[in-house]
Design a protein around this ligand. Structure first.
Ligand SMILES: C[S@@+](CC[C@H](N)C(=O)[O-])C[C@H]1O[C@@H](n2cnc3c(N)ncnc32)[C@H](O)[C@@H]1O
Length: 247
């Protein structure tokens, strides 16, 4: 994670939820996660970490299905947007301050033992060495300069038997670059993730039962010409879901 990233995401936080592609990608990722997770009552016991939660779109979607969500983001603006949703009583806000099992945390997470993860969102009490049943992360990997340390951190955050499920668009060739307009390349470290590389990274970080597959495809309007700033043609972007289990 670089300063360029944090600056960019702070700037984008207020308008993040107004981007239809962001909303659609989250809805599709949520569906992909639920299809692969156990049904209740098992799922209802899960303590989840959403790494790079942004404004909490995925955290809030998962919240009714699980025991708790710890929603972590390095960009203060993103966390402020999530906190405002959690505390808002506006009828326009469908969370309306009623979600009691999500905790927003402003942190650049690099250490599984970071005390910022200790507080249980449900009880509000700190728990030394708190670990998670599931770590999710959506649309984050393409912003991370070095992925192995990230997966090592995720591995360390999981309880034995815990699972990781991360989603991001696939590097399917030169057209993958079109996912971002040329004016929004700041902080983009790669144009999607590669299947083989993801498998190797998860295994390298110590995960077992590693699976990398297409989760969904999403049509998105892209720039007519690189840098034109005008959107027109539609490209279908495949998204990968990368899963693993901590022994
Ligand atoms: C493209 S945004 C995606 C936000 C959200 N997951 C969504 O799909 O709406 C990526 C987010 O990851 C955050 N991020 C990246 N690395 C992080 C880390 N190590 N710890 C916490 N947040 C991180 C950034 O601050 C940014 O808000």
């Amino acid at each position: 994670m670089t300063t360029a990233n944090t600056t960019r995401f702070n700037a984008e936080a207020l308008s993040w939820d107004t981007n239809p592609s962001v909303q659609l990608a989250t809805a599709l990722a949520h569906k992909a996660y639920l299809a692969r997770l156990p049904p209740p009552p098992t799922l209802s016991t899960y303590n989840v970490l959403d790494l790079g939660c942004g404004t909490g779109l995925l955290s809030l979607a998962l919240a009714p299905s699980v025991r708790s969500v710890t929603a972590v983001d390095a960009a203060e603006g993103m966390i402020a947007a999530l906190e405002s949703k959690l505390s808002s009583s506006s009828p326009d806000n469908n969370t309306a301050g009623t979600v009691k099992n999500v905790r927003a945390v402003h942190a650049l997470l690099t250490d599984p033992s970071d005390p910022c993860l200790a507080t249980d969102p449900v009880t509000g009490h700190p728990q030394q060495g708190r670990r998670f049943d599931l770590v999710v992360s959506h649309l984050v990997l393409h912003h991370i300069p070095s992925l192995l340390p990230l997966f090592q951190t995720i591995h360390g955050c999981l309880a034995p038997g815990g699972r990781v499920m991360v989603t991001d668009f696939e590097d399917f060739g030169p057209d993958a670059r079109k996912f971002h307009p040329e004016g929004k390349m700041d902080g983009v470290e790669r144009h999607g993730v590669e299947r083989g590389a993801m498998r190797a990274l998860l295994e390298g970080a110590g995960f077992v039962d590693v699976k990398v597959e297409t989760a969904f495809e999403m049509a998105k309007q892209v720039e007519t010409e690189p840098g034109s700033g005008v959107v027109g043609p539609v490209v279908v972007f495949p998204f990968l879901i990368c899963e693993g289990r901590r022994v």
